[in-house]
Write a protein of this length. Structure first.
Ligand code: 4NP
Length: 164
């Protein structure tokens, strides 16, 4: 297990938070994995994360302002060992786009991380409280995901020591 891709719709609200918070959790544990995020849609490609995501991350000491949105690419399905969609629509879109061989690497993020089969809801049209709630879900899931992957990630090397 060397690489994780977080996917949402626009890659400006949820998946950049999932990327940044998971990177911070791993760094705190001295672990190294290739982490990235992408959107199934490309409307915001090249943009910074949504200012509300930047703000809620900053409030918790995580700087995601240097990340830039990008659209999911076909090669992502071969580059990443684990592909986590933020909600069921993302997972459905990912499975429809993925080659057959990659489909079992695609999971609903919270289900894979915590065993709770619930969506991280899209906060784009909501207010700061929705972003705070998304942040809490992502923080809890990031810690659970780090634990779940612990057995398959060697300390600080990023090398797989076994399969998932
Ligand atoms: P995200 O939120 O998928 O969490 O990045 C959205 C951002 C933008 C749009 C939709 C959702 N949009 O329609 O532009």
């Amino acid at each position: 297990m060397n690489s994780v891709l977080f996917v949402c719709l626009g890659n400006i609200c949820r998946s950049p938070l999932a990327e940044g918070v998971f990177r911070a959790v791993l760094a705190g544990q001295g672990k190294d994995l290739a982490i990235d995020s992408a959107g199934t849609g490309g409307w915001h490609a090249g943009e910074e994360p949504d200012r509300r995501s930047i703000a809620v991350a900053a409030k918790h000491g995580v700087d995601i302002s240097g990340q830039r949105a990008r659209k999911l690419r076909p090669e992502d399905f071969s580059r990443f060992d684990l592909i986590l969609g933020m909600d069921r629509a993302n997972v459905r879109d990912l499975k429809a786009l993925a080659p057959q061989a990659a489909r079992d690497r695609i999971h609903l993020y919270l289900d894979f991380a915590t065993g709770k089969a619930v969506d991280v809801p899209d906060p784009y049209y909501d207010g700061a409280e929705a972003f705070a709630s998304v942040y809490r879900m992502i923080r809890e899931a990031s810690e659970a995901l780090a634990k779940r992957l612990e057995a398959s990630v060697s300390p600080a090397s990023g090398q797989a020591s076994s399969t998932m």
